[in-house]
Ligand binder design. Structure first.
Ligand code: DC
Length: 221
């Protein structure tokens, strides 16, 4: 069985860039667990389902055919034969995903799918509950954080770079709302996993954070 490095933290804490960097450094497979929650949300939306209707969301999720595979060092998936990438970042998905990710049966499906990816090899998985729920026995757990203002600025720059017309204060508001939903929901709220190493990236560069994680993993923690 391969190793699984868990990298958890709130939105825009730098998890994606750090996880991708660590995966490249170590030759592990990168997994974006949030993409699965977004995939369930996207599938519901494109099949005309009201995302606040849990039963309908579950129906659309269970009736879809999900396939997982590795491409260019990352684990990705198709839903009914389509591989959504850009689609997962659309506004409709972004606004509905926290609600969908709060449905416990959605979480069960996603957690089991994520665990099955170990068959592909050693993983670097980013998310909210990887160290607490998906791979609680992993000795390689990290919790990345940064000040809310810094996280909002990072997300804002990302959105602007992606050509989205967002206002900085709206990004801050939506980030706070997401933090609130993610950390107070009943099913697997965002918490620091027991034994996780906390890294505050507010005043660190990306390379410094990647190196901190790689060093810790190489030292066997
Ligand atoms: O990381 P992200 O922004 O793509 O996450 C999208 C949503 O999914 C977000 O509301 C938190 C949720 N999520 C989760 O509950 N557990 C995970 N392991 C990853 C994401």
């Amino acid at each position: 069985m391969g190793k699984a490095i868990a990298i958890d933290g709130p939105s825009a804490s730098g998890k994606s860039s750090v996880s991708k960097g660590v995966a490249v450094e170590l030759g592990f497979i990168y997994v974006d667990s949030g993409a699965l929650y977004r995939g369930v949300t996207w599938q519901a939306i494109r099949t005309g389902v009201d995302t606040t209707d849990s039963a309908a969301v579950l129906d659309s999720m269970h009736h879809a055919e999900w396939d997982f595979f590795v491409q260019e060092g990352a684990a990705i998936f198709s839903i009914d034969g389509d591989v959504p990438v850009q689609e997962l970042r659309e506004k409709g998905v972004r606004e509905a995903v926290a609600g969908v990710a709060a449905i416990s049966e959605v979480r069960k499906f996603v957690v089991e799918s994520l665990q099955s990816l170990e068959n592909f090899g050693s993983l670097v998985m980013e998310g909210r509950d990887i160290g607490t729920v998906v791979f609680p026995d992993s000795p390689y757990k990290f919790y990345l954080d940064a000040d809310p203002e810094e996280r909002a600025m990072r997300r804002y720059r990302e959105l602007v770079a992606a050509g989205e017309d967002e206002k900085a204060h709206e990004v801050m508001d939506s980030l706070k709302k997401r933090d609130q939903i993610d950390s107070t929901r009943k099913a697997d709220p965002l918490v620091v996993a027991p034994g996780a190493q906390k890294i505050d990236s507010t005043s660190m560069t990306l390379d410094e954070v990647v190196q901190a994680v790689v060093d810790a993993v190489k030292e066997g923690l």
